[in-house]
Design a protein around this ligand. Sequence first.
Ligand code: ADP
Ligand code: MG
Ligand code: MG
Length: 208
Amino acid sequence: MQVTSDMLAELIKAASDTMAEHDAEVTELDKTLGDGDHVINIRRGLGFLVEQSEEISQLDWADAWKKMGMTCMSKIGGASGSLIGTFFVAMGKDAAGKTVDPVVFAQAFNAAVEAMKARGKSDAGEKTMLDTLIPVANYLTENCGKTELPALLAGLKETAIKGMESTKVMHATRGRSSFLGERSVGHIDAGARSTQLMICAIAETIEA
Ligand code: ADP
Ligand code: MG
Ligand code: MG
């Protein structure tokens, strides 16, 4: 089976549905470590992406990712808006002019993670969404082009969940949660949870 960009409307809907379903839980995480608006920010962005999804599905991967990134940057508030916007714009730039196969996808995903790190001046272990995304990027590098899709997707979900869970014991050093210092330890980061939920929902939609 091949994953094509005309599936994007369905994939965006899956991300949007999972954030609606887990709204209360993830909001509570951002209330504990931040200001409680993370799900509002993410769902606002996803709402615009759902509206544009028919149009997005008609583009090739690179143009679709660029458009998604621009929408996230301009429509989502908070730290996460510019970070996720930067992520998708970078994916689009890296994939521009290329035929997107699993290996090219892994390269674009890695480029996007690097762009997010630069934008947020952050790295692994700082209790952010990067603690979900960095292990996922490494996993994709190791497995795309080698592992068959069903096993690839199963491992992808497992990797995202482990990354999300790893934030619980971390001491936050970036974003609002860093204001709590040691008191941030013992709670999962909202952005790590939302990115994991969306990655898992997308994987499950492709699996179905
Ligand atoms: P805000 O913190 O401005 O209210 P959100 O609540 O939408 O924005 O997003 C908070 C999430 O953004 C955090 O849970 C964390 O995962 C992520 N985040 C914050 N700062 C950074 C950063 N510098 N690098 C990477 N991710 C970050
Ligand atoms: Mg917040
Ligand atoms: Mg905020």
